[in-house]
Design a protein around this ligand. Structure first.
Ligand SMILES: C[S@@+](CC[C@H](N)C(=O)[O-])C[C@H]1O[C@@H](n2cnc3c(N)ncnc32)[C@H](O)[C@@H]1O
Length: 426
């Protein structure tokens, strides 16, 4: 606050404004003397009023600050974070050790910061708590998708894969910061493999910290995602915040968003391979496309891949929704991997987008889907831009939680915590 002779209205300087007469109780008058400087009672009253008005403004800011703070461990590009952002959470930090993914995270999450840390080393967690303490930030919700290679159906299943213990960084961090809610996402195979031991350990470790744990497999098409992805969620809530309820599906199977509805408006790239930034050549044709294009006036990451002619000829033989098995001999026995040479079906959601990106093909064009097409099928809106080289971009997309699925979970967390806040404020 400015005090002394130079402030408006002090000394003999005339003040522009309204003159009013007010009666102040003696007690308040004494308090004015104590807490507000000024040579005269008038000055002190003005100081008090200004302070009150400033303080009121800050209260308004605080309402925004009262947004619930989220920290995302193993954030990748931030599909899960984007979902929580869209559910009105304040995403504060994304932590990963992949530079390209972190660059994508930083560019797509407003004011959120990033930290490059190896989360194998739990000593590194102190860098996060130091950051939060310096800024006086309390973590309300901890989210994370620790690597799942050891459990993934796409990779080798190895109980002793040390990556399976990476989730312990989340347990340790939860113990250090005591967030109200913890959300851990993983592949559903985790529930069944190795007699469900991995999943049980996750539940036990968070339960030991006092969290009430609930786990559930969610099916992405039920929440508006044009992809048959399933993911298991573990949600832990501290007892004083009540019981978490998983979101109820809101799309009926007959209305699942199809590949054509999701990516039908994107250029075929038959004539040329396109560029990293392009104009939309047409208007959105479906509600889903409109939703995806809502905040973007340019088309990013839609660049084709130059296949060899023999690959194009092979893809051309695969009918919609079929794979290499539909080909004539010898091609029908050439592959061991079930999903090899699979062409998406235009009238169904896509298969699960993976990080490899070379086994699935566009439902109509004889090529792999572009990063943007894969991102659309993951429900990333077009204003979410991917960075890094093409392989890194595909990996970021394939690794991600579909933002629409993340949002559905986020909204439930929000509802739970808002209810408690309301009760506390009554
Ligand atoms: C399944 S992805 C997470 C995807 C993310 N939840 C999303 O929705 O976009 C797992 C992430 O863990 C990161 N990761 C793997 N090992 C790590 C480690 N030791 N330290 C930090 N991050 C690691 C990977 O780089 C990858 O981005």
């Amino acid at each position: 606050m400015n005090h002394g002779g130079s402030r408006p209205g002090s000394g003999r300087n005339a003040i522009q404004g309204k003159e009013i007469r007010i009666k102040v109780p003696d007690q308040v008058f004494e308090q004015l003397d104590l807490f507000f400087p000024g040579k005269t009672a008038q000055e002190r009253i003005r100081e008090c009023l200004e302070y009150g008005i400033k303080h009121k403004g800050r209260e308004k800011l605080n309402t925004n600050d009262m947004q619930l703070n989220v920290v995302d461990l193993f954030s990748g590009a931030g599909g899960l974070s984007r979902g929580f952002m869209d559910a009105s959470f304040n995403v504060v930090l994304g932590i990963d050790f992949d530079d390209a993914a972190l660059k994508t995270f930083k560019e797509n999450h407003g004011d959120a910061d990033i930290m490059k840390l190896d989360l194998f080393n739990h000593d590194n967690l102190h860098h996060i708590t130091d950051y939060l303490e310096e800024r006086d930030i309390k973590v309300d919700v901890l989210i994370g998708g620790p690597p799942c290679q050891g459990y993934s159906l796409a990779g080798p299943r190895n109980e002793h894969d040390e990556r399976n213990t990476l989730y312990e960084a989340m347990v340790k961090f939860a113990n250090m910061t005591k967030p109200k809610v913890v959300v851990l996402e993983n592949v559903p195979g985790l529930l069944k493999l190795f007699d469900g031991k991995g999943a049980q350990r996750i539940v036990d470790d968070f339960t030991d910290l006092g969290y009430n744990m609930q786990k559930k497999i969610l099916y992405a098409p039920d929440f508006g995602v044009p992809q048959i992805r399933k993911r298991v969620f573990f949600v832990g809530v501290l007892p004083e915040y009540g019981n978490f309820e998983y979101p109820t599906p809101f799309v009926e199977p007959e209305s699942y968003i199809t590949c054509e509805q999701a990516i039908g408006d994107l250029p075929s790239l038959e004539e040329d391979l396109g560029t990293e930034i392009a104009e939309y050549p047409n208007v959105a044709g479906t509600m889903y496309e409109e939703l995806m294009r809502a905040n973007s006036d340019k088309l990013y990451n839609h660049v084709g891949t130059q296949h060899e002619q023999k690959t194009i000829d092979l893809i051309a033989m695969v009918p919609e929704g079929k794979n290499f098995r539909a080909l004539p001999a010898p091609y029908n026995t050439m592959f061991k991997y079930n999903e090899a040479l699979t062409r998406y079906h235009s009238q169904r959601p896509s298969l699960t987008i993976n990080t490899g990106h070379r086994s699935h093909f566009h439902y109509k064009w004889n090529r792999i889907p572009t990063v943007r097409e894969s991102a659309r099928l993951q429900s990333f809106p077009d204003d979410f831009i991917f960075y890094g080289n093409k392989s890194q971009q595909y990996r970021q997309v394939g690794n991600a939680v579909p933002p629409l699925l993340g949002k559905a979970v986020g909204l439930q967390v929000k509802e739970l915590l808002s209810k408690v806040e309301e009760t506390m404020n009554v």
